[in-house]
Design a protein around this ligand. Structure first.
Ligand code: ZN
Length: 491
């Protein structure tokens, strides 16, 4: 398949800044094979010509951190900090009970919003019960394959019970509740064997949906499990996703459990490395940042989720100044509550200005757009394939119309993409050279049908929500005590 995108204004990443230039793009199968000046292409036959007149063409956006397991919870909660909100996401003692068909549907529901708002690539950290369920995992791969979205999909691994991962909880909970929270985890060897088997199964040459690794967080996993996943990531060159220092409680967790910061704890066990993405990194110290720089680890920034759960604002400027790669993620659907990368870019371009009065050092639209594209690609270890529009890169492209109130008077495309656009101008989306949406119509599946089917399963989802509320009530007061106690401790 040979496609030309003509008459567009194309995003080009120059040394110091992103600019837009009038160019024509040639795509052969899944690859960008040519970028030409206007009227430079003659006597070539194309299977398809897309006229991008009055449009801008951007690299597809990379949502580098989300949990599709939470898609049915969109809009479900407000005004809860992480440690209390997490109790309601799923029945805390018995876990999710979504069927394979619901999991497939859930994945397509999220895909609608992502395609419509220009996300072409995701790192989806999937939480499921039991964690090692092949059939359920397979349905997520099938969902993204149907949607046509490029995805790195993980199995979110935990092998410690909740009360061993949060300070003070062990003493606050009675034995009966601890028993309820104790899950029979597979051994480290079984988990690592399962992960390696999935790497062989899914990560075939040229696969658009691939498997990645996710120890949930340092306090929730044994050293042996994290070390085993590090070895696999290095053996197969795969990104690793781990939640580190998202909240004040987690800062206290590290100090109480290990008498050092969580990043120092990782370093102590040789568990900081280039393939590791530290998700959130809100409560990091200057020394932590030095260690992250020294080991070339990466950061996944989730500002909307960090605001909604009251977690804090990560020191992103410091990461960037230290040459640390930063990608953007929407995080859980119910802690955002959208999967819209344009909203995320706007928030990223705004919130860091309040951290420092030195306005000449502020994070702005240029940085936000980079984090949403090439930054995310670096975190996914795909910077040679994704994140910019260049010859030999994958044809993951989005086309936005600009003859509308969001862009006119077209003062500055980068500023307007980040501060004025909300995703509604995204007209056409190509992923891996395939036209996934054209003229605002999703081509890969029936959007209306999916929405109808979701409505059909929600009564069962609400039943499960009721069970979540009942189970959460049993330990809510103890978690609340932990939350307030931790927030009153200063080191
Ligand atoms: Zn997360």
């Amino acid at each position: 398949m040979k496609i030309m995108i003509k008459n567009g204004r194309i995003q080009q990443n120059k040394q110091d800044e992103i600019i837009f230039e009038d160019k024509d793009i040639v795509i052969e199968n899944d690859i960008i094979t040519g970028i030409f000046d206007k009227n430079e292409i003659h006597n070539q036959a194309f299977d398809k010509v897309i006229d991008a007149k009055s449009c801008i063409v951007m690299p597809g956006l990379v949502n580098a951190h989300l949990h599709s397991s939470d898609h049915f919870n969109k809009g479900g909660f407000d005004n809860l900090p992480l440690e209390l909100w997490v109790l309601y996401l799923r029945p805390i003692f018995s876990g999710f009970n979504h069927t394979p068909d619901e999991i497939y549907l859930r994945t397509l529901l999220g895909s609608i919003e992502m395609i419509r708002t220009g996300t072409t690539s995701v790192i989806d950290d999937v939480v499921q019960f039991p964690a090692l369920d092949e059939k359920n995992l397979d349905m997520i791969f099938k969902g993204y394959e149907k949607a046509g979205i490029r995805a790195a999909i993980t199995s979110h691994l935990i092998n410690k019970p909740l009360y061993k991962t949060i300070p003070f909880l062990d003493e606050y909970l009675n034995e009966e509740l601890k028993e309820k929270l104790t899950i029979n985890y597979a051994s480290e060897n079984e988990m690592l064997a399962y992960v390696e088997q999935n790497i062989h199964k899914y990560n075939k040459q040229g696969a658009v949906q691939t498997y990645a690794l996710a120890p949930s967080g340092p306090q929730r996993c044994s050293i042996e499990l994290m070390a085993g996943l590090k070895n696999l990531s290095e053996k197969y060159n795969l990104p690793v996703i781990s939640h580190v220092l998202e909240t004040k409680v987690q800062e206290v967790t590290a100090k109480e459990f290990y008498n050092m910061t969580m990043v120092e704890y990782l370093n102590e066990h040789h568990l900081l490395y280039p393939n590791l993405n530290l998700v959130h990194s809100v409560w990091v110290s200057d020394h932590d940042i030095e260690l992250m720089k020294e080991h070339n680890s990466k950061v996944l920034h989730n500002p909307t989720s960090n605001l909604k759960l009251g977690s804090g604002i990560a020191p992103i400027k410091s990461f960037l100044d230290n040459g640390i790669s930063v990608g953007l993620g929407t995080d859980n659907t119910s802690s955002n509550d959208s999967l819209n990368m344009f909203e995320l870019m706007k928030i990223t371009g705004l919130i860091h200005k309040v951290q420092d009065h030195h306005y000449d050092k502020w994070i702005g639209a240029q940085d936000a757009l980079k984090m949403a594209t090439i930054g995310g690609a670096e975190c996914a270890l795909k910077e040679d394939e994704l994140g910019t529009i260049e010859v030999n890169k994958k044809a993951d492209l989005i086309i936005l119309e600009t003859e509308n109130h969001r862009f006119i008077p077209n003062n500055n495309y980068v500023n307007q993409v980040v501060f004025c656009e909300n995703g509604s101008s995204v007209k056409t989306v190509l992923i891996n050279g395939e036209v996934v949406m054209e003229d605002k119509i999703i081509k890969t599946f029936d959007e209306e049908e999916v929405l109808e089917e979701v409505k059909g399963v929600m009564s069962k989802v609400f039943e499960e929500r009721n069970l979540s509320y009942k189970q959460a009530e049993l330990i809510f007061d103890e978690l609340k005590k932990v939350y307030f106690k931790s927030n009153e401790i200063y080191y």
